[in-house]
Design a protein around this ligand. Structure first.
Ligand SMILES: *[C@@H]1O[C@H](CO)[C@@H](O)[C@H](O)[C@H]1NC(C)=O
Length: 366
């Protein structure tokens, strides 16, 4: 009996020791990833030594049940003590080794804000079946988004903003059925938005600003029920704004500024009381500001400057609950500026360079 107990505890101990150390293949993959990078200031990779990559390897965590590597989280800007000690933010050169692709249990890959990591996104990353978060923001990554990105069935976050990515948005992206957060902003992406982008039904933020995207805004976007934040600003998008965007249930931020949009400003955008931040500045929108404002109107930002809007400023705008920043300058508006809130706290610059606006805060009397 006693012998059995001792024997069993030895067995448990041996089993635990085996399970608690990371498999040599995962360790090899991490070491190959490390050897393709150079991080001169903080020394985070000095912690990547010893056989057990699950213990004390900076930024690495494992599944406690089988010690497979689950997460690599390396952020170049963080509150971590290692940064405080070095008195600076992170900086890393080198590239992302395809050895990462043999970490087939990886759910999170964050290699963010290292400023100088270059090279391409290894295309084999799209074969990682469990990947949920891919965050490579703030580097100098070149090349294209892998064509079969849509294979990542569990992906919820795709953030490659602030890099030097070129090429088109892959058609397969619309197959990312669980994607909630898409950030491709500040790259050199060309081509058009996929017509069926609206298939991304879980998406709540879509940030594609500061690229060279052409073509029109697919009206299918309006089917994305959860979309709260859409930023397509600073591209070369043309065509008209789909009026359905104004009917979206939770859309609160819509930035389409600095594009080549034409056609009429959809009235629905001004009457949707959920939309709080709207920037349509620097397009070629025409049409009238219709009288659709109500006591439910609440805009922190309504920037319609540098367009071709005509007609008068509707009197109902002064029934709004709140208007923080209003910019109607550089249009073809005419007539007297309504009095009272919100017009009494606005400066002349909100109204300058129109055809014939008059009244306070402009100097021109009506
Ligand atoms: C709106 O967009 C324009 C052009 O891109 C930009 O200059 C302006 O600052 C933006 N307005 C606000 C209030 O952010």
């Amino acid at each position: 009996m006693k012998f059995t107990v001792v024997y069993l505890s030895v067995m448990v101990f041996v089993a635990a020791a085996v399970v608690n150390s990371c498999p040599p293949s995962d360790r090899e993959a991490l070491l190959a990833f490390k050897s393709a990078l150079t991080e001169p200031y903080l020394g985070i990779f000095n912690t990547w030594t010893g056989t057990d990559c699950c213990t004390n390897w900076y930024g690495v965590s494992c599944d406690p049940t089988d010690s497979r590597v689950n997460d690599i989280i390396l952020r170049g800007e963080s509150e971590d003590k290692i940064f405080e000690k070095a008195g600076r933010s992170g900086y890393m050169t080198g590239s992302l080794s395809p050895s990462l692709c043999s970490l087939d249990r990886l759910t999170t890959l964050v290699v963010a804000d290292w400023k100088a990591i270059s090279g391409e996104i290894p295309s084999c990353l799209t074969s990682l079946p469990h990947l949920r978060i891919l965050d490579l923001v703030g580097n100098q990554i070149t090349g294209e988004i892998p064509a079969d990105i849509g294979n990542l069935a569990k992906l919820t976050v795709l953030n490659v903003a602030d890099n030097k990515i070129t090429g088109y948005i892959p058609a397969s992206i619309v197959n990312l059925g669980r994607l909630m957060h898409l950030d491709l902003s500040s790259n050199q992406i060309t081509g058009v938005l996929p017509a069926d982008l609206g298939k991304l039904s879980m998406m709540s933020r879509a940030l594609l600003n500061r690229n060279q995207i052409t073509g029109s805004i697919p009206s299918s976007i309006a089917n994305i029920y959860r979309l709260a934040d859409l930023d397509l600003s600073m591209n070369q998008i043309s065509g008209s704004i789909p009026a359905q965007l104004g009917k979206m249930p939770v859309l609160s931020t819509l930035n389409l500024d600095s594009n080549q949009l034409t056609g009429e400003l959809p009235v629905s955008l001004l009457s949707n009381s959920g939309l709080n931040i709207v920037n349509l500045s620097r397009n070629s929108l025409d049409g009238y500001l219709e009288d659709v404002f109500t006591p439910g109107t609440y805009f922190s930002v309504l920037d319609l400057s540098f367009n071709r809007l005509r007609g008068a400023i509707p009197k109902t705008l002064s029934s709004a609950k709140y208007i923080g920043h209003l910019d109607l300058s550089n249009n073809h508006l005419c007539g007297s500026i309504p009095m009272g809130f919100p017009f009494d706290h606005l400066e002349a610059s909100s109204f300058t360079n129109n055809d014939c606006l008059c009244g306070s805060p402009l100097m021109r009397v009506c």
